[in-house]
Design a protein around this ligand. Structure first.
Ligand code: A3P
Length: 299
């Protein structure tokens, strides 16, 4: 069953063409827009757990942590299938919806949707959402390299072009600013745990414990350590069930960049020009003012 699903999803990705359109003003792939009514009318269930993030914020990292917590730390169970089968990507490949619909509860799901595009059933059911947010400078750099190496992404153009596009929100899944602020403002609307990538890097054990408690689980210290070890950057880079370079070799050009690229805070310093940094800080100040949210761009 799994191998058929994997084949179907991979085929869907391989034939993916990337015209970008808009859904309610948010830049989005045409293939998502084509089946938008099905995505928007997706039926959440009580007990669903959803990882939500702006792209390149540590989504894969978080869903591995969640899956391992749900599997009581069993690495064998967490490696039962590739991550895109274990954790359907709600809006990406149409097959993901079929996979999600046929999964037993509790389901673990993934989405990059901004809060206003979330299917309404997620607000109606007893769902837990873990939102992962990453500072925008590292997000931008990671997203740029991802655009360059993943053949389903639009051509990012030059670094300067992509820098401007990101800052103005003219990239797929829209504005980073709108995304993180929109979800931050909604965090009391549903059971939402807001987690920062930088906090996960700083103290993974502490953040894994927060997530575990949010799920209402208690696991012994040694299991938590096992989870931390199995979800470290080096373990995930070597794990064929989460490393998309291994899962999608026809789609990822690893001669340009790896999916598990660097996994650090502060890589932006290697890419931002001084003038770009000044411009970015000005925009950040304007857009984040009054949001109550702040990000660390170095540790
Ligand atoms: P970089 O490109 O900066 O290395 P997503 O899963 O949302 O697409 O996020 C991908 C980013 O998370 C990549 O960032 C990737 O390296 C990083 N990442 C994935 N697993 C990680 C881990 N275990 N620890 C730290 N960073 C990780």
């Amino acid at each position: 069953m799994d191998s058929e699903i994997i084949k179907k999803i991979v085929q869907e990705m391989e034939y993916f063409t990337t015209p970008v359109t808009e859904i309610e003003g948010v830049p989005m792939y045409q293939i998502i827009s084509d089946v938008w009514d099905k995505i928007y009318n997706f039926q959440a269930r009580d007990g669903d757990i959803v990882v939500v993030s702006y792209p390149k914020s540590g989504t894969t990292w978080m869903h591995e942590i969640l899956d391992l917590i749900l599997q009581d730390g069993s690495v064998e169970k967490s490696m039962r299938a590739p991550c895109f089968v274990r954790v359907p990507f709600l809006e990406m490949a149409y097959t993901s919806l079929e996979v999600a619909n046929s999964m037993p509860s509790p389901r673990l799901l993934k989405t990059h949707l901004p809060v206003q595009l979330m299917p309404p059933s997620f607000w109606e059911k007893n769902v837990k959402i873990v939102y992962v947010a990453r500072n925008p400078k590292d997000c931008l750099v990671s997203y740029y390299f991802f655009h360059k190496m993943d053949k389903t992404m639009p051509d990012p153009g030059t670094w300067e072009n992509f820098f401007s596009a990101f800052l103005s929100g003219n990239v797929v899944w829209g504005s980073w600013f709108d995304h993180v602020i929109g979800w931050w403002k909604s965090k009391d609307k549903q059971q939402i745990l807001y987690v920062f990538y930088e906090d996960m890097i700083e103290d993974p054990q502490r953040e894994i414990q927060r997530v575990m408690r949010f799920l209402g689980k208690e696991l012994p210290e040694e299991v938590l350590q096992k989870i931390q070890h199995h979800t470290s950057f080096s373990s995930m880079k070597a794990n064929p069930m989460v490393n998309f370079d291994i899962l999608l070799p026809l789609i990822h050009d690893t001669s340009i960049s790896a999916f598990m690229r660097k996994g650090i805070v502060g890589d932006w310093k290697n890419h931002f020009l001084v003038s770009q940094n000044i411009l970015f800080d000005e925009e950040y100040k304007k857009k984040m003012e009054g949001s109550g949210l702040s990000f660390r761009t170095e540790l």
